[in-house]
Ligand binder design. Structure first.
Ligand code: UFG
Length: 324
């Protein structure tokens, strides 16, 4: 089982879940945003997806029968400032990986996509059949990879499951791995940084959105629930059930202010805050409107309530970090 991005936040949690399910997750990661210390559940191979010879070497060494592809640049804000970086890394890198998978006879491919592929669609229920109109380069790069997979399924018989994540938060309750980005750009860890003085304040990116409290709304899903769905997705492919797209969200939206309030409640601390400008590329509201993962995969998210996610993130935040 090859796991690209296995040294990253979601990939490392996936490796733990895969190991628990009886697989041997081989991490392939360039460590640009990932951490060697986070690779705890299987072999590690350092490399870049753009380096096809290195990718081939790893396929030849381990002969994986399936690939889980997490490796990507994933910052919405940065993708608007440096779009070429996202197109090159995410799309070209994925193409090399997909070509190698076909060359080495891999049949099953699980891909991390995003609700950012839907874009800003007001009052539309976002299910897997919704039109994809990304408003940032990150979402556009992920949509392009979805298209590549559809083509390769048709032409090369590469079966795939695509997961469109909503906003991932929380961490391993055992504290073996957790969310740790350098620099950090995600809302929950930034709020926790502000709470314990690691940064001066949380800047709210826009307070004039057309939402009840003026701040953006997102659907938060616990990373452990998210990776459980990946194991189910892999089994789906192993059972020969064919290509499928699944949203991974809870269907409940929380505004930036609501997340801050929940963090203040869980930690019993004040969140120092500043009201700032909108961040380019941000959608007003992204909330899943699908229960396909529950009904078809049998996915049962059990840690994805806001308080549990923040509690797990807070525990990790106080004790955990990685070093290169
Ligand atoms: N936000 C702030 N202040 C900050 C950071 C974030 O107000 O300092 C706001 C954002 O504007 C947004 C919300 O908090 O409204 C969540 O922002 P994140 O950066 O945590 O997450 P994004 O929604 O931008 O993107 C994340 C992942 C993507 C994924 C996407 C799906 O980074 O990989 O969720 O929505 F695709």
């Amino acid at each position: 089982m090859l796991v690209t991005g296995g040294a990253g936040y979601i990939g490392s949690h996936a490796c733990k879940a895969l190991k628990q399910a009886g697989y041997t997750p081989v991490t392939f990661d360039n460590l640009i945003t990932g951490w060697k210390d986070a690779v705890k559940f299987g072999p590690f191979e350092r490399g870049d997806l753009l380096d096809r010879a290195r990718v081939n070497e790893v396929f030849a060494k381990y002969k994986p029968t399936a690939v889980m592809h997490f490796a990507a640049l994933s910052q919405v804000g940065e993708s608007m400032q440096i779009p070429g970086k996202y197109w090159r890394n995410n799309v070209f890198g994925s193409l090399e990986l997909i070509d190698a998978a076909v060359e080495f006879g891999v049949k099953n491919f699980v891909f991390s996509s995003t609700c950012a592929t839907y874009g800003d669609q007001d009052n539309v229920v976002l299910d897997e059949n919704s039109v994809q109109l990304p408003i940032n380069s990150y979402g556009a790069s992920k949509r392009a990879i979805e298209d590549i997979l559809a083509n390769y399924s048709e032409s090369n018989g590469l079966n795939h499951v695509i997961f469109r994540y909503f906003n991932v938060a929380g961490g391993d309750p055992d504290g073996e791995v957790g969310e740790f980005h350098q620099p950090e750009t995600h809302l929950v860890p930034l709020i926790l940084d502000a709470i314990d003085g690691k940064r001066d304040a949380l800047t709210i990116f826009g307070t004039d959105y057309e939402t009840p409290d003026g701040t953006c709304i997102r659907d938060y899903v616990h990373v452990c629930d998210l990776v459980d769905a990946h194991v189910l997705g892999l089994k789906w492919l192993e059972d020969g059930k064919g290509d499928r797209v699944f949203n991974l969200g809870t269907g409940k939206g929380f505004s930036v202010r609501e997340v801050m309030d929940a963090a203040a409640y869980v930690t019993n601390r004040v969140v120092p805050q500043i009201e700032g400008e909108r961040r380019a590329g941000d959608c007003t509201k992204l909330v899943s409107g699908s229960v396909r993962a529950e009904t078809e995969l049998g996915w049962k998210p059990n840690r994805s309530n806001l308080e549990t996610m923040i509690k797990d993130a807070w525990r990790w935040h106080q004790n955990g970090h990685f070093e290169k």
